[in-house]
Write a protein that binds this ligand. Structure first.
Ligand SMILES: [Zn+2]
Ligand SMILES: [Zn+2]
Length: 305
């Protein structure tokens, strides 16, 4: 018996990695290729400080002209939006700045032809979830109203720390149903956040339970990529702490099972692991990722024989 509903046979299996963009986009591309990544994720601006969009835009325009010349060698790129963005924020200044920064990030993603812009929805702080969601939806609508692009915004599930929005698939599904242009949105699932938020995927049944949950809420086809990380903390801890693959509480078996499930095996799996000496994902990590994906595919395929 096969679980899962969607086989994405038109796409190839991909292990990617978050890399630094220091020195420019082509340098980031080099870093990705050096470690064997098949796609990369970058920040287009410093993730922890507000930056002038003028400079980041000129850099992106320059890359677009360079990349057309070298188009064959360009790896697909995902952009991770700045961590400062909080579209559920009750502070009006921060809220306005967040909308402006998300517009900038989406505009840059459009210029560089990114595969997707990955976003943490934010936290409603000491107000109510209901009010936070209202602000969030209005903010997202404003962004899609003013930036015209095919680059999807990919909502990332959170570990559930603090009063963050986006831990539960039901909640993400509710948000999607309120958006003016829901078809411009997808979801990026972080395996560590998923685990920390209370899910486990140590068996075929557990993964099936998870995929059914996803399918009955947001729909499997809304999932566009994964962040593929192990966890420093136990399931249910609600904390966002990434570990190298196989070195955390999720472990190799669970990571292989979730990566190889027929529903997800053709989606990009992007590593955001600490790597050796906390220098970010390296060659060893990417190799481990590829091995786990292959192992997971074998486990599922043998099971369905
Ligand atoms: Zn993230
Ligand atoms: Zn995380």
């Amino acid at each position: 018996m096969k679980f899962g509903t969607t086989l994405r046979i038109d796409k190839k299996m991909t292990i990617g990695a978050h890399v630094s963009k220091n020195g420019g986009y082509l340098k980031a591309q080099d870093r990705g290729r050096e470690i064997g990544a098949e796609c990369i994720q970058i920040f287009v601006q410093s993730p922890r400080s507000w930056q002038s969009p003028v400079r980041i835009e000129s850099e992106a325009i320059e890359f677009r002209s360079e990349s057309t010349l070298k188009s064959k060698k360009i790896l697909p790129m995902y952009v991770h939006a700045s961590y400062l963005i909080n579209l559920a924020s009750p502070q009006i200044e921060l809220y306005k700045r967040s909308i402006a920064a998300l517009k900038d990030n989406l505009n840059i993603s459009n210029i560089i032809n990114a595969a997707g812009l990955i976003l943490h929805l934010g936290s409603y702080k000491d107000t109510t979830r209901k009010d936070g969601l209202k602000r969030l939806i209005a903010g997202l609508n404003e962004v899609t109203d003013s930036v015209d692009t095919d680059v999807p915004i990919l909502i990332e599930n959170t570990a559930g720390q603090g009063n963050t929005v986006g831990r539960e698939f039901d909640e993400i599904s509710g948000i999607l149903s309120e958006l003016n242009e829901a078809d411009r949105f997808g979801v990026c699932i972080d395996t560590q956040h998923l685990f920390a938020s209370g899910y486990t995927f140590e068996s075929f049944e557990a993964v099936h339970h998870l995929t059914s949950k996803i399918n009955s809420t947001i729909g499997i086809e809304k999932v566009k990529c994964f962040h593929f990380n192990d966890s420093v903390v136990e399931s249910g801890s609600l904390r966002d702490r990434h570990a190298n693959l196989g070195e955390g509480f999720i472990g190799k078996q669970s990571l292989a099972l979730i990566a190889g499930t027929p529903s997800f095996r053709y989606l990009p799996l992007i590593l955001e692991v600490p790597g050796l000496n906390r220098s970010g994902p390296g060659k060893t990590d990417v190799t481990t990722g590829k091995r786990l994906l292959k192992k997971g595919i074998n486990l599922w395929d043998l099971r369905s024989l």
